[in-house]
Ligand binder design. Sequence first.
Ligand code: EPZ
Length: 451
Amino acid sequence: MREDRTINQKLNSIEKTEKPNLSPINQSILKIWGPSHLQGNINISGAKNSALPAMAATILSSGVCRLRQIPCLADINTMGKVLSALGAKIKHNGNTLDIDASILNTTEAPYELVRQLRASFFAIGPILAKWGKAHVPLPGGCAIGARPVDLHVKGLEALGAEVHIEHGMVNAYISGSKTRLQGAKIVLGYPSVGATETLMMAATLAEGKTIIENSAQEPEVEDLANLCIAMGANISGAGTKTIEISGVPKLHAVDYTIIPDRIEAGTFLIAATITNSEITISPVVPKHLSAVISKLESVGVKIQQETSDSLRILPGESLKCTDIETQPYPGFPTDMQAPFMALLSICSGTSTVTETVFENRMRHVSELNRMGADIQVKGNTATIQGVPKLSAAPVIGTDLRASAALILAALAAEGETTFQGIHHLSRGYEQIEVKLQKLGVKLQRVDSVER
Ligand code: EPZ
């Protein structure tokens, strides 16, 4: 993670002792009886972290955009509400979204919604580039870290915007006599995914050429670039450390299918590994999972590519320890850190997990230890002594990926696990209960009133 916190550290200080939100609506629980044995095929949904910036990018377009393979998730609904609040018209048809954001009736995004979904901050780039001004609330921190936006702000200023942050609102304007942002060379202090996406979107309508150096290389960044190119943008180098954007006056309507979710795919590969099962997952882009596949194979499973977009995982003899260090893509993804730690808790020997991207992403450790894991955390490194088996327990999820880790642990644990925090899961895993039941997992959702 970046050490040189700047403007936002003061504004985004995070409550490290945040308590899990157990208000009545969030008190539904999942009961999971383990150990499970999985079999069958799993359909992987579209990538949440592609869908969210893609929805923001429709603001750049002058027509109706059709986005396909959009997962039905709470975060997608929230982003839809942000766009509607700005004046966009949205039609939801299963996993297809038709969005007409060509005309907005305000350039101010609502605090209540941006507070719930940090990714909605990325809309600041498209709103500013298209309308000359944007007022987006500072997203604030969350369970995994302070999540500052200084790189987004500095990049927009490099593109010629005037940015003032007051009363928790980021106000950005195209200053002086200019009517468009001005192409510039931007060197990111950290390969931030969101900052790369915000600035790439803003630069598509700027005057002249923009170069973003040290840009994030995540597949979702490349997917966003391909969407913008399909809208008429002039972008090269997405997916590498340097992205070049030559601004154009206008972007047109588009019909675009986003990539499959590599984090959901990795989570299901771990579900099979932790239960010693054989399953097939598709669609996937195997290249997007290279770092995760190589770590799973070092733990002892075999992963075969069945077709161009499907993988089959075969259990190994035994599960062996390994070491993980999260890094920006193509390194081991931070979003797979908690799920993989659940697996390492039953791999024989001593494993270590080092989190280098976020400063507070070890909150799943205490709950895993309550299920019989043996994990010690020192700074941003966890040391895991593998145990022969986990035991079911009542557990509470604190964020999306920590919740996924607890579900994976429950699949392997002996007995009945009761999991609180379904609202976290529904942010990032489409129909996860249905998909797990389809694979043979014994689980039941119990709403608070029935208990
Ligand atoms: C995106 O978040 C993803 N979210 C995250 O997925 C993912 O974990 C993260 O990228 C890293 O891969 C979406 O795409 C919607 P960053 P983002 O900017 O863009 C620091 C999930 O579980 N930073 O790459 O917010 C930041 O504090 C979510 O699906 C600054 O200091 O991540 C962090 O330490 C969680 N200043 C590091 O960079 C900035 O201006 C990486 O953050 C921006 C970021």
